[in-house]
Design a protein around this ligand. Structure first.
Ligand SMILES: [Zn+2]
Length: 389
């Protein structure tokens, strides 16, 4: 499953390279394809109002009235019908200046607890007592969210599904709607308004995951932010190119990715961990007043350098022998697989010492699927960072 999607990404990159090369050969050049954000962004109201919210095509939060919350739609890329995909933006503009945070959700369309976490945090903010700005962008991959699926359905070469979290920072003049949506959102909304960023995710459909963060702890402010959450685990690894938090980091903006449990439904027992942690971050940076609550130290956090996948070698019915967050040792039996006759066709053991961070939800599997992810002490090995944030 994962190998296929990574292979698809490589194929797409190859096709894009070939296309750019052929455009260059035609003498058109690629300068147009390289244009990025203007140096200083200004707020542009399109004049449209949707559901009572004003629409912007670019935003500078310093233009907004302090001490208030502002609800806006950002005009994203066009659809095949010529209409636009709009994304929902909330800006809590503090009464006084300070750090500017951006919280995002919905880069994958089936990750509902990420949306609910951001909504809950925004509801707790009182701009009148804030020093700084918190911007939330809730539904970035709109068409993926409309169909409750991870990837964005696009029509470039017939119907295809594109993982938006391999496209950042995008390209406003790129090949395909997903790259353009990423470019528009990143250049005109996220990057110009952000000092520090948190991009909320959950596991993907088919994989139960525990509460943890993904981020590069070598970046001091990323480490500071991640450790302010009472999470039981941290995956200390930058993971893939094209991921939103890495696009931020490349732009000099410290950022990381919390993982709020399973896809598709709300993890109401887990969301408070991430709300408390996010409010801790705001308190630490002086955006909101108040005492810092529980942190990763209180949660006895486990920090793993790699997420080692255990892949099925056979097709058949899966019986899992471990639960999420279980500590496992190398060689420990994790699952048994049987054929339709009930005969055992495979047994799976942990290749490393670590903590069970992800478990397949379906009780059957084809060969080559991810059965488990083990957050492990071991340094990443080839293919080991294939966790589908
Ligand atoms: Zn995700």
């Amino acid at each position: 499953m994962l190998k296929t999607s990574l292979g698809g990404h490589r194929r797409r990159n190859l096709m894009q390279s070939l296309l750019i090369a052929s455009i260059a050969l035609m003498g058109i050049g690629t300068a147009q394809a390289q244009s990025g954000a203007p140096a200083k962004i200004s707020t542009v109201y399109t004049g449209d109002v949707i559901n009572g919210k004003k629409v912007v095509s670019s935003l500078n939060t310093s233009d907004l009235e302090p001490g208030k919350k502002h609800l806006l739609y950002f005009q994203g890329v066009q659809m095949s019908t010529g209409q636009h995909w709009y994304v929902s933006v909330i800006v809590a503009k503090g009464a006084r200046p300070g750090k500017r945070f951006t919280l995002t959700s919905g880069v994958h369309g089936d990750e509902m607890s990420s949306v609910h976490t951001v909504q809950t945090v925004m509801n707790q903010l009182n701009p009148a007592e804030m020093s700084g700005t918190v911007m939330a962008v809730l539904d970035i991959a709109r068409p993926a969210m409309e169909s409750m699926q991870r990837r964005w359905p696009s029509s470039g070469r017939g119907f295809e599904l594109t993982d938006m979290n391999r496209e950042w920072p995008g390209n406003e003049n790129g090949l395909g709607a997903v790259s353009r949506q990423a470019g528009l959102v990143f250049n005109r909304l996220l990057k110009p308004n952000t000092d520090l960023a948190i991009d909320f995710h959950t596991g993907t459909t088919g994989l139960d995951v525990s509460a943890f963060h993904i981020g590069d702890m070598r970046i001091p402010e990323v480490k500071t932010m991640m450790m302010l959450y009472p999470v039981p685990a941290i995956f200390d690894n930058p993971v893939y190119p094209g991921v939103l938090h890495n696009a931020y980091v490349d732009a000099g903006i410290p950022a990381f990715t919390p993982e709020v449990g399973v896809a598709r439904r709300l993890e109401l027992g887990m969301i408070p961990i991430f709300v408390e942690g996010t409010m801790n971050v705001f308190k630490h940076y002086g955006v909101v007043p108040g005492a810092i609550g529980r942190t990763a130290v209180d949660a006895n956090v486990y920090v793993g350098k790699s997420a080692v996948p255990v892949l099925t070698t056979h097709g058949g019915f899966i019986e899992l022998l471990v639960k999420l967050n279980a500590k496992v040792t190398a060689g420990q039996k994790l699952a048994i697989q049987r054929n339709a006759f009930g005969e055992v066709v495979a047994e799976y053991a942990s290749p490393v010492n670590g903590l069970v961070g992800g478990l397949r939800t379906d009780a059957t599997s084809e060969p080559g699927n991810v059965l488990l992810f083990i957050l492990a002490d071991a340094a990443p090995v080839s293919g080991a960072a294939a966790y589908p944030e």
